[in-house]
Design a protein around this ligand. Structure first.
Ligand code: DON
Length: 304
């Protein structure tokens, strides 16, 4: 039996001694206000035992991690039709690059880069009566936690400065791959990215992808095939142009966000989330990646 608590405590200790903590994302001004010294980690195992260390109960902006949740909702609403509008190949490019989108006629490489996530958001805007409310209800329901909410200040901050996302949405529109108005889709997109959660809440939601599509209350949200697809896309695309490095060092499907969160999982075994707001050059949490590498190395648990 692995003593997860000792492993997490050791990881937190190593993180608190680390001097090189990366750079806080400041292209969304509101995110720049966070203290770089935060570090938290939370793990839930398949028996629903919770283990934690550090600032694991502090709320942070989940940003791109939300793209997995909108994908999940879109898949459960329109199934395989999703893939008519977005591909499933790693891009090898940063999350906000637009060059491939033009080369490939408005079909984004995958649903986790910004243009792909914006297409998924567009699908939800078309399908849901009250997109922002309905998506929040979906997320709260999976988590079994009604306290989860959008951070309006972060959403507004990104709306004012999200020029590349406006460019992406307009490019998609020009190729006929955006059915709703740019402003409406991006308002929802900026809100989904602004969701505030702590490490514990993130693992409680992503438990569903670790547990055959069933949440902690055993309610089913996804088919086995849909869970397979989501985990495969997290493994190959979840860290943008660092997806290979994450698979190489950590060996788990996962997803990062520029708020400094990372969530990763080993199917049937555990789901883990880290938060450290300093990012590396590729926009992924520096200490989060180190922490997860230590976790899978010390426990010898990975998908490989
Ligand atoms: O669209 C953006 O640029 C942000 N709302 C999300 C980017 C992000 O989190 C990329 N992940 N590492």
């Amino acid at each position: 039996m692995i003593d997860f608590q000792s492993v997490l405590t050791a990881i937190n200790e190593a993180a608190s001694n680390e001097k090189e903590r990366g750079e806080i994302a400041d292209y969304i001004p509101e995110l720049a206000k966070v203290d770089v010294n935060n570090f938290g980690i939370h793990l839930i195992d398949s028996q629903q035992n919770d283990y934690a260390a550090g600032d694991s109960n502090e709320l942070f902006s989940i940003q791109s991690i939300s793209k997995v949740l909108t994908l999940s909702m879109a898949l459960s609403l329109i199934g395989e039709n999703v893939w008519e509008r977005v591909d499933v190949e790693p891009s090898g490019d940063p999350f906000n690059h637009l060059s491939l989108l033009e080369l490939e006629n408005g079909i984004p490489r995958n649903p986790l880069i910004n243009p792909g996530a914006i297409v998924i958001t567009d699908i939800l805007v078309s399908k849901l009566e009250n997109p922002k409310e309905d998506f929040l209800t979906y997320v709260r329901d999976i988590a079994g936690d009604n306290t989860i909410d959008y951070d309006e200040t972060v959403a507004l901050s990104e709306k004012k400065t999200g020029f590349r996302n406006f460019a992406a949405a307009n490019l998609l529109k020009s190729y006929g791959n955006l059915n709703n108005e740019v402003d409406v889709v991006l308002d929802f997109y900026f809100h989904q990215c602004s969701l505030a959660m702590n490490c514990a809440q993130l693992t409680h939601i992503f438990y569903v992808f670790m547990n055959h599509g069933k949440c902690r209350r055993n309610k089913s949200y996804l088919t086995l095939s849909q869970v397979k697809r989501i985990n495969a896309i997290m493994l190959t695309c979840g860290f943008y142009d660092e997806a290979g490095e994450f698979a190489f060092e950590v060996g788990l499907p996962g997803k990062s966000g520029v708020g400094g969160g990372i969530v990763a999982l080993l199917p049937n075994k555990f789901c883990v989330a880290t938060w450290s707001p300093g990012l590396n050059a590729k926009g992924n949490s520096k200490l989060g990646m180190l922490a997860l590498e230590k976790l899978t190395t010390d426990t010898e648990l990975s998908i490989f």
